[in-house]
Design a protein around this ligand. Structure first.
Ligand code: GLO
Ligand code: MG
Length: 370
């Protein structure tokens, strides 16, 4: 790559071998992150796992060598079997985890209550029709905030997986909005520093989710008692599933100063949530996301670029880090493309309203024929 100082990064080999170290430049604006669930074993609704289970320590050890600086955590990634442990034990284990992270030089980017696994959350967490079960969801979220404090992050990610309906008649949208606001207020009250980053997704596992887009996330923030501390995480695939352009979603959230994290990946149309490597389905859409990050200065306030990607089920154990290193490689290549984009020529074409040739300029820039 011939793109100047800020990008003097040795890319890992395409095989994803963890043995190649990155040289991070001091000027590096972007820092990268994944979650332990991104080392997945290939299970889907129609078949079991196809790769061995690796320990948490193994996953943690891969991060630095892959050029990642942070890890995202579900509450029960941080403290396994969380519901069987006392609050005291949960916090002790979170403290011990922080030590292990410090030893590896990895920071915790966020904590997210996993409110879609437990039997208590079958009908949703905060919007369950059963008040006792709603209480469970709120208590568990407060506990996640305590874990976040132990791990040294003030971001609580809320992917509202089961807050929605299979049938419209089973819940009231108005009441559900109220219940979500009550739950967010309880979290904001629990800790004056915590920031709630809502991760919108329009469907799956639910037929329809209550906060399907960035607009919904930022609108509901206004109903809470401290709207400044309610923002969002955008995931490329989720925006695409909502029929939206992820770059526009990024621009919109950043216009409010509320994009606090990012899950880059890709998605081929309106199908099941695919979590493909970044850029895998549509390079141009990926390129435009990078342009949006660049023009808004994403990362300058310490925000991380997370890849919420999964290996294809066909991936053998030998290649099962490649989806991570490949997403990272694509990010760096597209960043170089964003930096070398012929801005002047593009501006002239825009001024002349010659969008036809602007279109071709973008294509040829991406194809490397300019
Ligand atoms: C699923 C989501 C999921 C969340 C993660 C953090 O569609 O993208 O991976 O990002 O559970 O809450
Ligand atoms: Mg995600």
């Amino acid at each position: 790559m011939n793109v100047g100082d800020a990008f003097q990064i040795a890319l890992p080999p395409a095989s994803g071998s963890p043995s190649v170290a990155f040289t991070m430049s001091k000027k590096q604006q972007y820092r990268f992150c994944v979650g332990p669930w991104n080392f997945s074993q290939g299970q889907d609704p129609y078949g079991p796992t196809v790769r061995r289970e690796e320990s948490f320590d193994w996953k943690l050890a891969q991060l630095k060598t892959l050029g990642f600086d942070a890890m995202m955590f579900h509450d029960d990634d941080a403290v396994p079997d969380i519901d069987s442990k006392s609050s005291k034990q949960v916090l002790q284990e979170a403290k011990a985890l922080k030590k292990r992270l410090d030893n590896e030089g990895i920071v915790a980017e966020m904590v997210a209550p996993r409110l879609w696994f437990a039997p208590q959350t079958i009908d949703g967490g905060y919007t369950s029709n059963d008040p006792k079960l709603r209480r469970y969801a709120i208590d568990r979220s407060r506990q996640s905030i305590d874990i976040a404090n132990e791990l040294g992050t003030n971001i609580l990610v809320l992917w509202l997986a089961r807050e929605g309906t299979y049938l419209r008649e089973s819940k009231s949208g108005t009441r559900s909005t109220e219940l979500l606001v009550e739950a967010f207020d309880a979290m904001l009250k629990h800790d004056k520093k915590i920031r709630l980053a809502i991760e919108p997704k329009p469907n799956e596992p639910m037929d329809h989710a209550y906060l399907p887009t960035t607009g919904h996330a930022l609108a509901i923030a206004q109903l809470t008692k401290d709207s400044k501390r309610v923002g969002c995480v955008i995931e490329s695939a989720h925006a695409i599933l909502a029929g939206l352009d992820p770059a526009d979603e990024i621009d919109f959230a950043m216009s409010f100063g509320k994009l606090w994290s990012l899950h880059l990946n890709d998605q081929n149309g309106l199908k099941f949530d695919q979590d493909k490597p970044f850029g895998s389905a549509n390079l141009r859409v990926a390129f435009n996301q990078i342009r949006a990050l660049e023009r808004n200065g994403y990362g300058k306030k310490g925000e991380f670029v997370c890849f919420d990607v999964h290996p294809f089920r066909t991936t053998s154990e030998k290649q099962w880090l490649s989806h991570l290193s490949n997403s990272r490689r694509t990010f760096e290549h597209l960043l170089a493309k964003a930096k070398s984009y012929p801005e002047k020529e593009a501006a002239q074409l825009i001024a002349a309203r010659n969008y036809q040739d602007l279109d071709q300029l973008v294509l040829e820039h991406l194809m490397g024929v300019l």
